[in-house]
Design a protein around this ligand. Structure first.
Ligand code: BMA
Length: 838
């Protein structure tokens, strides 16, 4: 062993011994088994340094045995990894105190087929990445050195027998392998490839692992949750399950700050004890989604102790009611969420895992992404079914920031087996995760799967895969067992307060009914190549998916290829475009509404403008259609690698033009012009007296029309307030004018929007306009040198800017708040649409 390692181990022993002495009489004690791991290919002699939490691929990369997995087309070169078995090992030390205690080994996540040995004894066989595994290990631990060894079997090879023995094929088109085995394994589907990500079938200890020691008692479950809620009181139930070594007495207390909510003694029997109590909170502050109020949380300190042992835990809960309302109405059937009895317009996006290598996502990346969600005025994320049940931190951040969570169970775009072993495995996974997530105030919905009902009825697999009548009956009855019995029954049993929805969308996008009931995934735009304007006609009850791709910014592209590869058809670029119709579709839509630049950097910039332009039509039309429509969740919020995709934020968290557009279009107040009709949409719960100002100007800033209206904006409304007459605009060349609309309450600007009568490609934009920049105090000021309109100014900046891709209106100044340290040299370059006009 290396000297350095021996020294480190010695320190660990001393520290452990020290902490054991300190805590033995008092606290529950936990040791994290996170460092000094090693791994090897099964059967090899050499052991290499490994990370826990980690994955085989990232460990191979850290040992310089493979090239950067995200670089160029390295994905293809790394495919062999998924076929090999690996062993992970850790040697750790146990003190005399610890050996006298009871102990439990906890794996928060094993990916996926893992056989675990402790000092040579097989203690666990795991087969589900989404489960938490807890094992009593007291009889296997010994004083001094202990060895934990985990054999990870190739998830691909492991289930080939199941694949081969099934008399029919289960579709899994995103699984980029000849034998599409992913559906047999309870592991994130996107690991096998998706149309926005690479195939990296990972293996490893992907979440923390630790050993918990205890003497008198062990807390198996500790739950605090709202059971009744009115304006005057919230009734909270505390339910705890304790295993006790002997008949004894235990003290329990719950405090809210200095206020004691519970303080009592319970008698415990030897074995399992279920204890419970309730308490009230007077005039509770409600938890509200972002934009509707504060996401108030209450933090409780729970303490459970005997003379010898103490258990403490902090729990934050929020008081709210949340309901999914699906009721027959004059259109079909409603689909909307009510929070605290108020119908909420859901604004947000579909969330995918933030990395192919999940353990690489540290807490700062979680914080950053949820911050960007909040800043974009979103109030809901859909945790999509091809990824993972997220880490606790994700839901904690959603709680704190008022972001509702639509939680899919992890099933997407495939059909799954229905044998009892598979179903029991899913049941265990669902129990673990429903229990883990049910008390988050952000949790709004459990949804069975992504697009599987739609797949069955519309994607032609029954023919394509040559199913016999018996096959079809069997496969569909397996679907029913899973999504219409097992999962809804578990939600009813464990989390009856929250609704269950079988499949998203309810009805496929080819059917007119999909606009009348349920949620909708509208893919006529992109997959159907329909013009963006169709978004204005196909307005569903709740848009849970619709989207369009763009390229991420140059610095992101340069992270996986050198400058010689900065071309649409280069090897690296094609390896990072996973949609079968990707770049050609971006170019086709670009041609319809924008200039198509030959220069690649310009193309990248315009691709983002196209995406924002198209999706904004959808977002505005959907919000105008309120209350018929009550939700807009676009596809997709984020990326799992630096690729070309439907995301509004790239892998590094950079906002694309769409993210800025969403921030604008999701604001509480929105002015929207449909044809000549001027709407104001309000998600505010207050009635507002406001002034609506409409100004038609030419691109040099001369006003041709001015209208000021005093309007009353009703709470939670969408209303048409004005019709621009044909006679007002007749006689003006439409490609040289725009309308600027502003909404004021007293002197406060509530909303602002700019409308062009033509597509960007047809606009007669002023040429040779340049932006002028100046920093004054904490603001970056930008105006047009000649005073003429600058369309879609993009600033390539070394720091995140709170505005970008904006229009600099003629004779106007744009102000962007910046840090004190910001200087003009932070602006590396800029682009304008004017410069690309032909
Ligand atoms: C939807 C999603 C994903 C997919 C996206 C783009 O169907 O559910 O499966 O990535 O479309 O094709």
């Amino acid at each position: 062993m290396h000297m350095h390692t021996i020294f480190k181990n010695l320190i660990t022993i001393l520290l452990l011994a020290f902490s054991a002495c300190q805590n033995a009489e008092q606290n529950d004690q936990t040791i994290e088994l996170s460092d000094h791991w090693q791994f090897q290919k099964e059967g090899d002699a050499v052991w290499l340094k490994a990370n826990v939490p980690g994955t085989v691929q990232t460990d191979l990369f850290a040992n310089q045995l493979i090239d950067n997995p995200f670089y160029s087309d390295n994905e293809l070169k790394n495919k062999w990894i998924e076929k090999e078995n690996r062993v992970y090992r850790k040697i750790f030390f146990i003190t005399e105190q610890q050996i006298k205690s009871q102990s439990e080994l906890v794996f928060e996540g094993l990916d996926t087929y893992a056989t675990v040995f402790l000092n040579g004894h097989q203690i666990l066989v795991a087969d589900n990445m989404f489960r938490t595994y807890k094992i009593e290990v007291g009889s296997f631990l010994k004083f001094g050195e202990n060895t934990l060894e985990i054999l990870f079997e190739s998830p691909v090879q492991k289930v080939i027998p199941s694949y081969d023995s099934l008399p029919y094929r289960l579709p899994a088109d995103n699984d980029r392998n000849e034998k599409q085995t992913s559906v047999f394994t309870r592991k994130a589907a996107y690991h096998y490839g998706w149309d926005w990500g690479p195939r990296y079938v990972t293996m490893g200890v992907w979440r923390p692992v630790n050993i918990k020691f205890w003497k008198d008692f062990k807390v198996i479950e500790n739950r605090l949750h709202q059971i009744q809620l009115s304006d005057s009181e919230a009734l909270v139930s505390w339910e705890v399950c304790i295993f006790s070594e002997a008949e004894t007495q235990i003290n329990c207390s719950i405090n809210l700050g200095n206020e004691e909510k519970i303080n009592r003694k319970f008698k415990l029997i030897k074995g399992v004890n279920q204890l419970s109590d309730t308490f009230g909170i007077v005039n509770p502050k409600r938890w509200w989604p972002n934009g509707y109020g504060e996401p108030s949380l209450y933090a409780f300190d729970i303490k459970i102790n005997t003379n010898k042992q103490q258990f403490t835990e902090k729990k934050k809960i929020g008081f709210r009611t949340v309901e999914l309302i699906t009721e027959p109405d004059s259109i079909g059937e409603s689909f909307y969420f009510k929070v605290n009895n108020v119908p909420i317009y859901a604004k947000g996006a579909n969330y995918i895992p933030q990395d192919n290598f999940l353990p690489d996502v540290d807490s700062s990346r979680y914080a950053q992404i949820i911050q960007s969600v909040k800043e974009a005025n979103m109030n809901m994320l859909r945790v999509w079914g091809g990824g993972i049940y997220e880490n606790d931190l994700f839901y904690d951040l959603c709680d704190e920031n008022g972001i509702l969570v639509w939680q899919d169970f992890m099933f997407a775009c495939s059909l799954y087996p229905g044998d009892s072993v598979f179903l029991l495995n899913v049941e265990a996974e669902a129990r673990d995760n429903i229990k883990r997530l049910r008390d988050h105030p952000s949790l709004a919905l459990w949804c069975g799967n992504n697009e599987i009902n739609e797949l069955w009825y519309n994607w032609g697999y029954q023919k394509k895969l040559g199913y016999s009548k018996t096959d079809s009956l069997k496969i569909w009855s397996d679907y029913q067992k899973l999504f219409n019995r097992l999962l809804p029954d578990l939600v009813k049993e464990l989390n009856p307060e929250i609704s269950y929805w079988e499949s998203s969308p309810k009805i496929g996008w080819g059917h007119p009914e999909s606009m009348m009931e349920g949620d909708s995934h509208y893919w006529g735009i992109w997959w159907g190549k329909e013009p963006f304007e169709v978004y204005e006609k196909k307005v569903p009850r709740f848009a849970s998916e619709f989207g369009f791709q763009s390229f991420p910014q140059m610095s992101t592209l340069l992270s996986f290829a050198d400058s010689s590869e900065m071309k649409i058809d280069s090897k690296a670029m094609q390896a990072h475009q996973k949609s079968s119709i990707g770049n050609e579709t971006i170019a086709e839509y670009m041609k319809r509404d924008f200039p198509v630049p030959e220069n690649f950097e310009d193309f990248v910039y315009v691709s983002q403008l196209v995406q924002a332009f198209g999706l904004s039509k959808a977002l505005e039309a959907q919000r105008r259609a309120k209350p018929k429509t009550m939700g807009s969740l676009y596809w997709q919020l984020n990326d799992c690698w630096p690729g070309i995709s439907w995301s509004s934020m790239d892998y590094f968290g950079n906002w694309k033009a769409l993210h800025y557009q969403a921030q604008h279009d999701f604001a509480t107040f929105l002015i929207s012009i449909d044809g000549h009709s001027v709407y104001v949409i309000s998600d505010s719960l207050q009635e507002v007296d406001a002034t609506l100002i409409l100004q038609m100007k030419n691109f040099e800033g001369e006003t041709q029309f001015y209208k000021e209206l005093n309007i009353n904006v009703k709470p939670n409304s969408s209303e048409k307030f004005y019709e621009i007459l044909n006679s007002t605009i007749a006689g003006y060349p439409q490609n040289q004018f725009f309308i600027e609309a502003k909404l004021f309450h007293e002197r406060q600007l509530l909303a602002q929007n700019i409308f062009y009568f033509n597509s960007p490609i047809d606009l007669n934009l002023p040429l040779n306009v340049n932006p002028v920049f100046e920093i004054r105090e904490n603001e970056l000021l930008i105006w047009s040198e000649t005073g003429g309109l600058i369309k879609n100014l993009y600033l390539e900046s070394s720091v995140h800017l709170t505005k970008n891709f904006f229009d600099v209106l003629p004779q106007d100044t744009v102000r962007i708040p910046v840090e004190k340290t910001f200087s003009l040299s932070d602006i590396k370059s800029f682009k304008t649409l004017n410069a690309l006009q032909k």
